[in-house]
Design a protein around this ligand. Structure first.
Ligand SMILES: [Zn+2]
Length: 432
């Protein structure tokens, strides 16, 4: 079956830009009528929305941050509450979750988004997807995948997260072709299969659509996590990048050269620390403007994620912009001995060192007022030879070596899971 590609995704850069810009007046008009938050912003900054016609013109409008969304949550809602079809939450900046609302049309938009995203990752009607993420717990992702696969016309089996035994039982019974999962869980599956003599390499599974964690380095080679999976289980891995706020996914095609932008869903800008656009080849913060969203449309929303972007056409036939892996969060940027670093680069190195059971990266302001890095390493081989090995490995990969403090792995595990935390803590920011 021919892979489905929306027509707009094969057009020239200029045609795509013109297409996106044709959507701007309606969007601004809609926000000025229905969004309390953007009404206030347009008033306060005296923005004449009629004068904003191009993507470049958007820079006249202030950005929207996660803090804005947190503090003015209900003012972003553009429809009556009784017209909201689905409520989800996303983690906010100040500890409390942010409520996100979708209308019936928004859920249909989301289904279309996942349909074209799965199609991009070689999905077709012959596929059966094993959904290994949750459908409930106020998350958007599971619902989005489910709706998209339905629209694609493929099959689905909803197993949910965890439970390797049930996952393999399902693979044997249903013979799915694809998994939708957090990639690090694939390592847990492999470990389980090896312990239980399951011939996981010869199942019906051909590919995995991976969410939440990067599989690649900035040059698109597989990172440590990607390599570890691939070495053991040679299935096709597709990286995706998405968030609740953008209601849109960037999904890789078989070329594995970054997630494809779907221009009918969002306008994307890449901004520096001062909210100025960066050039291609420079890392920038992904900043999005949603198109076609009814309940909570966002204008120039800063995601906090730093990525590279690429504009040469892809071998799959798409001409749309491609997004590289997230190299870090804007707020977590570390300036260490003259080098700019993001925690994922440190994690990737630590994950690659045998004997490092677990870890926590701590950054602080040192006595000369710059960033210091202390890594708590959980290990059973806490000696000076091992410390040197770790430091040398850091120097080879990053040209700098952080300070290392050894702990028992159980101590690190305890610290990684403080009370009430939904996710393990691997990064602690103590900077002034
Ligand atoms: Zn492609």
């Amino acid at each position: 079956m021919q892979m489905f590609i929306p027509e707009i995704e094969t057009k020239s850069f200029q045609e795509i830009k013109t297409f996106q810009e044709s959507k701007i007046p309606d969007l601004l008009d809609y926000l000025s009528k229905y969004s309390k938050y953007y009404q206030r912003m347009f008033d306060e900054y005296q923005i004449d929305i009629k004068s904003i016609k191009t993507v470049e013109d958007l820079t006249q409008i202030p950005v929207t941050t996660k803090d804005d969304l947190q503090k003015n949550n209900s003012d972003f809602l553009c429809i009556d509450k009784h017209k909201v079809f689905d409520f989800v939450t996303t983690s906010g900046t100040l500890g409390e979750p942010v409520t996100f609302a979708m209308s019936d049309a928004d859920v249909k938009r989301l289904a279309y988004n996942e349909f074209i995203s799965f199609a991009c990752a070689t999905g077709d009607t012959q596929d059966i997807y094993q959904l290994m993420v949750t459908m409930d717990r106020r998350f958007m992702a599971g619902l989005a995948y489910y709706s998209g696969i339905r629209k694609l016309g493929a099959g689905i089996v909803r197993v949910g997260p965890g439970n390797p035994g049930l996952q393999f039982d399902t693979i044997e019974r249903i013979q799915p072709t694809a998994l939708i999962t957090v990639p690090s869980f694939l390592l847990k599956l492999i470990e389980y299969a090896e312990k239980n003599n399951i011939d996981y390499r010869n199942t019906s599974i051909k590919k995995a659509v991976c969410i939440g964690e990067s599989l690649r380095n900035s040059d698109f080679s597989l990172n440590t996590l990607g390599q570890r999976i691939k070495e053991k289980w040679d299935i096709e891995l597709f990286s995706t990048y998405a968030s609740t706020e953008m209601g849109t996914a960037f999904t890789e095609c078989s070329a594995g050269q970054g997630g494809h932008h779907h221009p009918e869903m969002i306008i994307v800008e890449f901004l520096d620390e001062n909210n100025q656009p960066v050039k291609e080849g420079e890392p920038g913060e992904v900043t999005i403007t949603t198109l076609g969203v009814e309940a909570m449309p966002l204008l120039r929303f800063k995601t906090g994620d730093i990525c590279y972007h690429y504009t040469e056409p892809c071998s799959c036939g798409r001409t749309t912009m491609r997004l590289g892996p997230v190299i870090g969060r804007q707020k977590q940027m570390i300036k260490y001995k003259g080098t700019t670093l993001y925690p994922p680069a440190l994690y990737d190195i630590l994950n690659d060192i045998e004997g490092v059971e677990n870890y926590i990266v701590e950054v602080y302001t040192n006595n000369i007022g710059t960033d210091g890095i202390l890594i708590y390493v959980g290990t059973n081989t806490a000696d000076e030879v091992f410390r040197k090995k770790i430091k040398d490995y850091f120097r080879t990969k990053l040209r700098v070596a952080p300070d290392i403090q050894f702990e028992k792995p159980e101590i690190i595990t305890q610290r990684q899971f403080p009370e009430k935390s939904r996710k393990p803590v691997t990064f602690i920011d103590k900077r002034a």
